[in-house]
Design a protein around this ligand. Structure first.
Ligand code: KG4
Ligand code: ZN
Length: 347
């Protein structure tokens, strides 16, 4: 079974071919990603109209290249998976219309994949882990703790009440005059900084529900930065390190609470999993590795190339759904918003 995966929900245009491998993992035959970072950098964030145009310009070539690299033609794929949301609607439409056209012309099943579900299932593509597992899904637009019980069976234990973690990293970077996207820049600056120089708040620490709040932390950082301005290189590094340390403390605390709740909702977890762009953060990965080990769990996070948006995760989610007979037709809608996990019932 070979599945083509197409991703256009944000600022990466991506196409990939994946097939099921031995040992329950996936085998990535090609994984083409074209980032639009350069096109958006001048604006300090993703401009939806620019993103949509850039997807149109490159997507068909990228699909051809993904097939080429995998050494196959469209007639040899068994399904066409596409991220049908959530995301910027212009980009989502371009991916979806392209996938529908290919599906119609080549007479292949269409699988409309939820982009967040694809992040959630990436740990099975890379590590072949079984259900259920606890997932920290943290990207530029989403921060959720989810009990992943099966394909299509997701219980949301907690979420953010304001900013997503990636969004907070991006805003902090912008405030400190660092580049876009902010996460990698803040992480790089934090490496040389003193994480103890600024006593920033740890919002939600100790709360009973595993929710997040990032906006107070971001505001506290802004106040410190304004107090110190103009900022030296060392100030920026210390602010980044202090911010990242606060985020790590909050993440570990929230995951601890989610792990406590997990048992009654889904039983014993097979692993602690991180996914989404923020899962690329080394400090967060290290802290979660320690935490998982202490809880007797393995920690699984995708390799850096699969943390950010990519086509392989869409193709893999397509494989998971196709195996269960979950296919879509040409009426599948493009969705700007598309929650993928049901909120946990309040006990
Ligand atoms: O999953 P993703 O590629 O796109 C979305 O669906 O949002 O995530 C992008 C987000 C951005 O906010 C980016 O700043 C953040 O992930 N990010 C990071 C790191 N690398 C990317 N945040 C913290 N540390 C990083 N190393
Ligand atoms: Zn994403």
């Amino acid at each position: 079974m070979n599945v083509l995966g197409i991703e256009t929900t944000c600022d990466e245009t991506a196409a990939s071919i994946v097939m099921p491998g031995e040992d329950g993992r996936g085998r990535i035959l090609s994984n083409e990603v074209l980032s639009q970072i350069a096109e958006h950098a001048a604006y300090g964030g993703v401009v939806p109209e620019i993103a949509a145009r850039a997807h149109v310009e490159v997507l068909d070539r990228l699909v051809a290249r993904a097939l080429d690299t995998a050494g196959m033609t469209l007639s040899q794929v068994d399904g066409i998976a596409v991220a049908a949301g959530p995301g910027l609607i212009g980009g989502v439409l371009i991916g979806l219309v392209t996938a529908k056209t290919l599906s119609l012309v080549a007479r292949k099943p269409l699988i409309a994949v939820n982009h967040l579900e694809a992040h959630a299932l990436t740990a099975r593509l890379t590590d072949g882990i079984g259900f259920p597992y606890l997932l920290l899904l943290a990207s530029g637009g989403h921060t959720q703790l989810v009990a992943v019980k099966g394909v299509g069976d997701y219980v949301r234990l907690g979420t953010t009440v304001d900013d997503a973690i990636g969004e907070a990293f991006d805003k902090v970077a912008k405030l400190l005059g660092l580049g876009y996207p902010g996460g990698p820049e803040v992480e790089r600056m934090a490496e040389t900084g003193n994480p103890e120089r600024f006593a920033l708040p740890r919002p939600m620490l100790g709360r009973r529900e595993p929710n997040f709040s990032l906006s107070g932390l971001k505001t506290a950082l802004r106040i410190e930065a304004e107090r110190l301005a103009p900022l030296s290189g060392a100030d920026v590094a210390d602010l980044c390190a202090s911010f990242q340390a606060a985020v790590v403390d909050v993440v570990v605390d929230r995951v601890r609470v989610a792990l406590r709740e997990f048992g009654s909702i889904a039983g014993h977890p097979t692993a602690l999993v991180a996914a989404g762009g923020v899962a690329a953060n080394g400090a967060i990965r290290r802290a979660l590795t320690t935490q998982a080990n202490e809880a007797g769990l393995t920690f699984v996070a995708p390799p850096l190339s699969l943390c950010g948006d990519n086509g392989a995760m869409i193709a893999w989610a397509g494989i998971e759904r196709l195996r269960l007979g979950l296919v879509d037709d040409l009426t599948a809608p493009a969705r700007a918003r598309w929650p993928f996990a049901e909120a946990a019932a309040v006990a």
